[in-house]
Design a binder for this molecule. Structure first.
Ligand SMILES: Nc1ncnc2c1ncn2[C@@H]1O[C@H](COP(=O)(O)OP(=O)(O)O)[C@@H](O)[C@H]1O
Ligand SMILES: [Mg+2]
Length: 311
């Protein structure tokens, strides 16, 4: 009998600690009540949930686009479901990658696997904010990000921080950010002092993805790190400070990409980057399947070739 109690309490404690492991992140990222109320209203629409949250029914692009139109959703990312809607003014909703689903398994993860990719945006935003404050850094900012708990997912015992349970809400700072063209121009004058601050973030917050569209200059001359997602990691075992090899690899990749930011002084490189931006236009549509626009692949290849030449 004692053994049963011991085993049961051991199991419970493992479960409990697992369930609460990221409570500090969740507690810090609770959205304001008025914002939550607006998102609650959107989530009450079953067609929205079916198209963009459940993604159970294999919907056609046309069907998904129709739902997007109904809620005036404007997709603003190439690969991911990231959008604005006038129903939620002042914020951007980040729902995760188009093919990244836990429930039926996209091509990136097996069915039933827990993924933490979308929610990693919040975990790393908090970590970077702490580094910015502690140092303190003068030239780098992050944007306020919140977690919204998807209604009906998980219960009070299982509030795991994973893509099945939460989406990410981000303060929309479009009025502060420079356009892609202006951003590229601004990078021609980037200072070593600013790049050193980015290096501190790569080292202390293990950020890898310092590509130019993710580190955007604001009108105030500061760099806004808008894309704080943990790159290419969906699995719980590698998520947020769990895998030291991965953290080291992310820092190394981050430092490499920070070095590459200086290459913007080459005009042909700038042109190649802008070509990728232009070729991305058809992807800014709800539900469009990736890899069906050869123009984008060609633009990416040209950009990669140019970089190889410069490095
Ligand atoms: N806080 C924000 N304010 C304004 N625009 C944003 C913000 N966050 C992202 N964006 C826009 O959305 C695009 C995609 O966001 P990002 O987080 O980089 O997604 P992804 O992970 O798909 O690269 C960005 O390139 C930028 O144009
Ligand atoms: Mg990005």
């Amino acid at each position: 009998m004692k053994k049963i109690i011991l085993v049961t309490s051991l199991c419970l404690s493992v479960f409990t600690s697992d369930a609460c492991e990221y409570k500090h992140i969740i507690d810090r990222a609770i959205s304001p009540a008025s914002l939550k109320a607006r998102v609650d209203q959107l989530f009450q629409n079953q067609d929205f949930v079916d198209a963009f949250i459940e993604r159970k029914n294999k919907m056609s692009n046309a069907q998904r686009r129709a739902v997007a139109q109904k809620y005036q959703m404007q997709k603003i990312a190439r690969w991911n479901y990231i959008f604005r809607t006038p129903l939620i003014p002042g914020y951007i909703l980040k729902l995760g990658p188009i093919h990244w689903t836990n429930s039926f398994g996209g091509f990136l993860v097996r069915a039933k696997e827990v993924t933490n990719k979308n929610v990693s945006r919040v975990a790393y935003q908090q970590l970077i904010a702490d580094v910015v404050e502690k140092e303190p850094l003068k030239h780098v900012c992050v944007v306020q990000k919140y977690l919204y708990e998807i209604p009906g997912r998980g219960d009070s015992k299982d509030k795991r921080l994973c893509d099945d349970n939460f989406i990410v809400l981000v303060e929309d700072i479009a009025d502060i950010l420079l356009s892609p063209e202006e951003n590229i121009e601004q990078y021609k004058y980037v200072t070593e002092e600013l790049l050193d601050e980015l290096r501190i973030i790569a080292r202390q917050a293990y950020v890898a993805d310092f590509k130019m569209p993710n580190c955007v200059f604001g009108k105030d001359g500061k760099i806004y790190l808008i894309d704080t997602e943990q790159t290419n990691r969906a699995h719980e075992a590698d998520f947020f400070l769990k895998n030291s090899h991965q953290m080291a690899a992310d820092t190394a990749e981050g430092l490499r990409l920070i070095g590459r930011l200086l290459k913007v002084r080459d005009d042909d490189y700038c042109k190649a980057m802008l070509r990728v931006e232009c070729a991305s236009a058809p992807y800014y549509e709800m539900g469009i399947e990736p890899d069906d626009t050869p123009t984008l692949s060609a633009a990416f290849i040209a950009l990669t070739d140019k970089l190889r030449e410069l490095e």
